[in-house]
Design a protein. Structure first.
Length: 534
């Protein structure tokens, strides 16, 4: 690594800090190919990262050259991200499940120097213009070297990009979010200040590597000197396997999207009692339907449940402990206040800051941990990195999140939905999230999603609901009457369909585009029974 000069704010330096202090402590506990748990110490992880970096450094790459890293979360994958970081090579994490077409589009878009794949993945056609390599516990092997270029850069600065994450599209068309070392390191230091995890923790990470929730888990675990426990996809396949793995790995903190918990809550909630080491559950990415959250509280009575809110453009904005028990009748979760060193402000449609409790507005985030910009898209960048509405003349740029929230009595925020989920019905502005929240208060409904679907003569409001494991039939008439009592008439769905589950994106969030398509289909399908009051 003789040519690497990473700044003090380099991701590698933060995450491998514990290697000097607790070198023998497990940095990663993971399942090997036979499912047997193995521990990789901080010292070994650091050596692996340095070995990989030495190989990469021999390839003649320049600071800023991109490396696509295709892997599930594992010690070698983490070592690869660290090796890229120390050399100033922005990494683009992609999951092995990424369809060929999407991967090709990412390769075409970011023109990486290298596509590095974890050992043992299924074969993929190589992209001709891109170097290729594979890596694992045995080392990093270059299969096809990238084209050598003249180096223009020497130092890796704090402002240099650490990674580019492509969003999954739940927030619009996928965008390449470029994050600097300074932003991600500042964010992770704030997590240390907030004490989200400590050296005694074993942090289970369940999201695919391409989702920044996985990087969050890696970052939080290693920067706190804790142990990262990546959970393999096959171990998430059934509630019994998932809980058995978390129990055997003695996990103390689990990170995952709300849908992670749905199968175990529906089919085998008693299994949760086996997680005797578990102290906290951090969920993020979308709203946790409150009926399911209540059940999780009941079945994990001694675990803190933490609502992480944020977007890839800032990694996260806030972490709010869910009150235990969640007060009866509370259907919107608090996303609280921003994490240490950041601030969330609500701004109304006239650009005015919302100060009166009960009123709603769009969330603007003021933070030193904001992304640099979207890859090759200055217009989209300027649309969300905007002058601070409080005092635009200062030139400070803040993140316009596109999320709508209500101001609480103590300045805390209650997430209501994305501004693009605000729809107009007969001239009235409607938050789809309000309808969904109402539906989840109807007995036996555990999750709900509402959308507008095209019908002759315009659009109509249609909802899908998931019922708890014990119930298979919804009394649609009663559910609609309930909505009519609770909501203005224009917010009452035209029809409600019971579905076994809501469709999910690759990152495990509700796939609203797909749901809208499914609900727009008028016929019954084997997977969905429809009843309607139309
Ligand atoms: P994508 O889903 O397209 O991959 P992101 O992961 O960046 O992109 O999605 C960020 C969005 O997810 C936020 O703007 C917000 O709408 C939603 N979100 C994230 N966390 C929460 C949460 N705790 N509660 C409600 N919504 C959330």
């Amino acid at each position: 690594m003789e040519r690497a000069h990473p700044s003090a704010q380099n991701l590698y330096r933060l995450l491998m800090g514990p290697a000097a202090v607790t070198p023998d402590k497990p940095a990663v506990v993971q399942a090997d190919e036979n499912g047997v748990l193995e521990a990789i110490s901080y010292r070994r992880l650091d050596l692996m990262a340095r070995d990989y970096a030495a190989v990469l450094d021999g390839l003649g790459l320049d600071v800023g050259d991109r490396v696509v890293v295709e892997a599930d979360t594992s010690a070698p994958a983490v070592a690869m991200l660290l090796a890229c970081s120390v050399l100033g090579l922005p990494f683009i994490p992609v999951s092995p499940q990424t369809p060929d077409t999407r991967l090709r589009s990412i390769l075409r878009t970011v023109e990486p120097a290298l596509h590095a794949r974890a050992d043992g993945l299924d074969h993929r056609e190589r992209a001709a213009a891109v170097g290729s390599a594979r890596f694992g516990l045995g080392g990093l092997v270059v299969e096809q070297p990238p084209v050598r270029k003249d180096r223009r850069r020497r130092d890796v600065l704090a402002t240099d990009p650490a990674y580019i994450i492509f969003t999954s599209g739940s927030t619009g068309r996928p965008k390449g979010v470029v994050m600097s070392h300074r932003a991600i390191v500042t964010f992770l230091r704030a997590m240390l200040d907030d004490g989200l995890a400590g050296p005694g923790d074993r942090v289970a990470s369940t999201s695919p590597l391409q989702f920044d929730f996985a990087l969050f888990g890696i970052g939080v675990a290693l920067s706190s000197g804790a142990t990262l426990v990546p959970v393999r996809r096959e171990d998430l396949a059934s509630p019994r396997r998932m809980i058995g793995f978390l129990r055997d790995a003695q996990v103390t903190q689990v990170h995952g999207v709300p849908s992670l918990w749905r199968p175990v809550l529906r089919h085998d909630p008693d299994l949760l009692a086996e997680l005797e080491h578990l102290r906290s559950v951090v969920f993020a990415g979308e709203e946790f339907p409150t009926p399911e959250l209540r059940r999780l509280q009941e079945t994990l009575p001694s675990a803190r449940l933490v609502n992480g809110y944020g977007a890839t453009e800032s990694m996260a904005a806030s972490f709010t402990e869910v009150p235990h028990p969640l007060p009866a009748g509370q259907e919107r979760l608090s996303i609280g206040h921003a994490h240490a060193g950041a601030e969330m402000t609500l701004v109304d449609e006239h650009g005015q800051v919302v100060t009166e409790p009960g009123l709603t507005g769009e969330i603007y985030l003021r933070s030193p941990a904001l992304f640099t910009g979207y890859w090759d898209d200055p217009e989209a960048t300027d649309a969300v990195l905007v002058p601070d509405p409080v005092e635009p003349r200062l030139g400070q740029r803040v993140l316009r999140t596109g999320d709508v929230a209500r101001l609480g009595a103590d300045g805390e925020l209650y997430f209501l939905g994305r501004s693009d989920y605000q729809v107009q019905i007969h001239g009235n502005r409607v938050e789809l999230g309000e309808i969904e929240g109402t539906l989840t208060r109807f007995p036996a409904v555990t999750a709900a999603a509402a959308t507008l679907v095209p019908r002759a003569g315009g659009h109509v409001l249609v909802a899908a609901v998931v019922l708890d494991g014990a119930r298979t039939q919804l009394d649609v008439g009663e559910a609609l009457e309930f909505c009519a009592r609770e909501l203005p008439s224009y917010m009452v769905p035209r029809s409600i369909r019971t579905v076994p589950e809501l469709p999910l994106t690759t990152n495990g969030k509700v796939d609203r585009a797909l749901l809208t398509q499914e609900l727009a289909a008028p016929r019954r399908t084997p997977a969905a029974r429809q009843a309607t009051n139309a």
